[in-house]
Design a protein around this ligand. Structure first.
Ligand code: NAP
Length: 246
């Protein structure tokens, strides 16, 4: 779904995109060679290695193989470091989408207590790094909760803004959210639903119908963060092309 959305978004913007689909039994070496080929192509400005990767491929190897100048996902250790010290080359797409969504909906995180549930390298950790920076869209007081956090409900209730990215369908219930909080649901989970033609449907990590009764604002799934992620990814790609005069 995400790969298709990226290709469609690129086409709409007039960005040429290619999907290199490798078999599930591709070796790490084969993948790294494919990435090296794309690194060397002057007509390619952005490279995304779609995660999750098969077990035989180490994610950190794949991430570090992408040229930092073409790393529009902002997963390369150099780009992650630049983000952390407040001089980003790229901003990772999902955290950037969450930040922009907050700003444009009139919920500037500055001075607010923000609780993030989930600490992945893709969402939770870079989002914390972004919101804690001094400057536009930052200046938040950030708490990051995860599977080892004691009393997650109590920690979540401290958040004036809550961002959830754990991959657990409808995990966050109404009693875990303070009245008037702004709730951003990053989760995308496919669950069985006999009422649909496909027999499944997409839900977030938040119990939307219950939480919307206590939240001041809440993002839907699908919709909400997903399209923002695509938009920010395309922004990074344009930035990457412009940086080399493309
Ligand atoms: P991930 O790499 O699997 O990380 C999940 C994180 O959630 C981990 O830090 C894990 O804690 C924590 N966690 C899992 N179960 C938990 C629980 N019961 N209580 C507390 N913490 C728990 O996932 P991800 O890549 O960040 O993705 C999270 C969700 O966001 C998924 O549904 C994914 O599809 C979605 N997503 C959406 C977008 C978008 O554009 N909308 C983009 C990226 C991801 P530990 O670290 O302690 O294990």
């Amino acid at each position: 779904m995400y790969v298709k959305a990226k290709a469609k978004g690129s086409e709409e913007l007039g960005i040429h995109s290619e999907v290199v689909q490798l078999p599930a039994d591709t070796t790490e070496d084969q993948l790294l060679k494919e990435v090296a080929k794309l690194n060397n192509r002057a007509d390619v400005h952005g490279i995304l290695v779609q995660q999750p990767l098969p077990a035989q491929i180490r994610t950190e190897k794949a991430v570090a193989a992408v040229s930092p100048l073409k790393d529009v996902d902002c997963f390369h250790p150099v780009n992650v470091g630049l983000l952390l010290i407040g001089t980003p080359r790229f901003v990772p797409a999902t955290p950037a989408g969450v930040q922009e969504l907050l700003l444009r909906s009139g919920n500037d995180p500055a001075g607010k207590r923000v609780t993030i549930l989930g600490r992945s390298n893709i969402v939770g950790k870079p989002l914390a790094a972004l919101l804690v920076q001094k400057g536009r869209g930052g200046n938040a007081t950030v708490t990051v909760a995860h599977s080892a956090t004691k009393d997650i409900a109590a920690v979540l209730r401290t958040g004036e803004i809550i961002v959830v990215a754990i991959g657990q369908p409808r995990f966050v219930k109404a009693d875990m959210v303070r009245k008037g909080a702004v709730v951003i649901d990053v989760g995308i989970n496919r669950v069985p639903d006999s009422a649909t033609k496909s027999g499944t449907r997409l839900v977030g990590d938040v119990d939307f119908d219950a939480v919307k009764e206590v939240a001041a604002a809440i993002t839907p799934v699908p919709g909400g963060v997903g399209p923002m992620t695509i938009a920010m990814l395309l922004t990074n790609t344009i930035r990457a092309a412009e940086a080399v005069g493309g």
